[in-house]
Design a protein around this ligand. Structure first.
Ligand code: SF4
Length: 565
């Protein structure tokens, strides 16, 4: 009889879904809901791998008090994370060997595919790790756990896959409560929400490297079901939501999905979805999206414009439509069955700019494109690097805005066409990859970031996350937030505003806003845009200021907006 369940979140990162803090992905919520749908009285404790690391001995002892231990793990598109460190192979090996009492199951991409390392093949889990678990769930974790609680381990099918969302919709609502146990709850926790899975392009085979077509044709959730889930999350205190778990938000319930490679955006259903969310969660502080197929925009520019406008009507600014352009080399595009040629991709970037570039209340444009490039694909030559660079340069020279450029090396999954190539092309182009990555960072990213958040921009509601030496790292909450390096120690877990004073390739330097002219140190005063070192010294000499008028005599009225006394 299962009465006590421990869920350990080792974090997940997949092409359509992020679960590294401050994000919480669908897995722990759906699983908790599945358990409570069978028996409300079952006790569930949720812990993250970072909490476990902080006291591993206590965790190993506590784990023996449970009947069931569920470990969620699997990073298939590894990135750099500020908010947490995903579970490592060594930890999967050492920790779960010594836990003996509960039934131990492993779920998520690690169980389904293995562990991904950038630039290569996904690696099957070593057998010594598999032996640490009673079951590796290859199907949908929530359905497996549901069967396990209901019928017992002998009868539960670890390969069970959903054919519709009926049960999952129920679990999603019931499991919302689990977010209250997340360490980022009450701070900057952002909840990843799913609207469908499967890619419309699976009818033409999909892209050579992508696993999404393995789900088949898109399986959609109804707007009402997503809205009810958001309502449950909101009632539990969720303030930040990303509608991020699907390959293309513009293809949500799209017309002719399953018939057309690029189905038409369904304006009515998108409105029902976003309007519905706002009706039940009016005070959400963040409502963002993630992936958009640039091919949908290029094939249906007018409908896509309408769809993007709907998103902007209900979302919060600083939003990003991450475009999987993947390559600007026509040969690579053809050989890998990618979705779009460079001229069409450029058009998609232009359209998003036209609709989304207005600056919102938090200092960022409403909605900007992000660009994803993948290297190491079939047919790649040294010329591919030049063509990709020239594509980005064309965007920069056209005065367009791009929020971020994601450059990654392909990871080959079994059952994709890329599998037989593995990392052979990556190895061949190792040196040129490094050269062009640096060139793009220096010649495209840096000027682009200066354009997206010019010096003097005030970024609102930045959350202070970590001290590094005497500096503080902070970010807004959302899709691809800009990393802010504050050159002084600011108390952690605070919401502050900052003035952008300098730019790196992928981060900005910011100082807390407003600047107190009577108390701020010289180091900060001389960083305020428009304040010279001499002027900063003069402020030091003349303070304390008793009125703004006194201060204005020194700094002038243009800079007054940055100061308080
Ligand atoms: S368009 Fe390509 S990359 Fe996007 S989900 Fe479909 S197959 Fe995957």
């Amino acid at each position: 009889m299962i009465k006590r369940v421990l869920i350990l979140d080792g974090y997940t990162d997949e092409p359509a879904g992020l679960g590294v803090p401050p994000y919480i992905d669908v897995y722990p919520r759906y699983i908790a809901g599945a358990i409570w749908s069978v028996d409300k009285s079952i006790f569930i404790r949720y812990v993250t791998v970072d909490e476990v690391r902080s006291n591993i001995h206590a965790f190993l002892k506590e784990a023996q008090e449970y009947d069931l231990l569920i470990v969620i793990a699997g990073v298939t598109v590894p990135g750099k994370y500020l908010g947490g460190t995903p579970i490592k192979l060594r930890e999967l090996d050492q920790w779960f060997r010594v836990i003996t009492k509960p039934i131990k199951i492993l779920v998520g991409p690690a169980a389904r595919y293995g562990i991904g390392e950038e630039g290569g093949r996904i690696a099957e889990l070593p057998s010594k790790i598999k032996e640490n678990f009673d079951v590796l769930v290859k199907g949908d974790p929530e359905l497996y756990v549901y069967e396990l609680i209901r019928y017992g381990i002998e009868k539960a099918n670890p390969y069970v896959v959903k054919r519709d969302y009926t049960l999952t919709n129920t679990f999603a609502k019931l499991g919302a409560k689990i977010i209250t146990q997340h360490p980022n709850y009450g701070y900057n926790l952002i909840v990843e929400v799913e609207t469908y899975r499967g890619c419309p392009r699976s009818i033409v085979g999909g892209c050579s490297f992508c696993i999404e077509p393995s789900y088949g044709l898109p399986l959609f959730r109804e707007p009402r079901d997503v809205v009810e889930e958001v309502e449950a999350l909101y009632k539990m205190g969720a303030k930040h939501i990303r509608i991020g778990r699907q390959p293309d938000i513009l293809a949500y319930k799209a017309i002719d999905a399953g018939v057309e490679e690029f189905p038409k955006p369904n304006i009515e259903e998108l409105r029902k979805l976003f309007h519905g969310i706002r009706m039940v969660a009016p005070d959400l502080e963040t409502l963002h999206i993630d992936n958009v197929n640039p091919g949908t925009i290029a094939h249906h520019p007018e409908l896509s414009t309408k769809a993007l406008k709907i998103i902007i009507e209900y979302h919060t600014p600083g939003d990003v439509a991450a475009l999987g352009i993947e390559s600007a080399d026509p040969r690579v595009i053809k050989l890998n069955n990618l979705k779009i040629y460079p001229d069409e991709a450029f058009k998609a970037v232009e359209i998003i700019n036209r609709v989304g570039k207005t600056r919102g209340w938090n200092g960022l444009p409403e909605l900007l494109p992000g660009i994803n490039f993948v290297y190491g694909l079939i047919g790649e030559t040294k010329d591919t690097y030049r063509l990709n660079y020239e594509f980005l340069k064309k965007i920069l020279d056209a005065g367009l805005l791009v929020r971020r450029i994601n450059i990654r090396q392909v990871i080959a999954f079994p059952a994709t066409r890329m599998w037989i190539y593995g990392d052979s092309i990556i190895k061949k182009h190792k040196e040129i990859f490094k050269i062009y990555k640096e060139k793009i960072r220096r010649e495209i990213d840096l000027p682009m970031l200066r354009r997206v958040v010019p010096k003097g921009t005030i970024l609102r509601k930045v959350f202070t996350e970590k001290h590094v030496g005497e500096h503080t790292l902070a970010r807004q909450v959302g899709s691809y937030p800009i990393l802010v390096d504050i050159p002084i120690k600011v108390k952690l877990k605070q919401w502050i505003d900052v003035i952008v004073v300098d730019h790196g390739y992928r981060s900005v330097t910011g100082i807390p806003y407003p600047i107190n002219a009577n108390t701020s140190p010289y180091k900060i005063l001389q960083m305020v845009p428009g304040i010279s070192k001499n002027k900063a010294l003069e402020i030091l000499k003349r303070r304390p200021f008793k009125s703004r008028k006194e201060l204005l005599k020194i700094i002038g009225s243009d800079l007054a907006k940055y100061f308080t006394i």
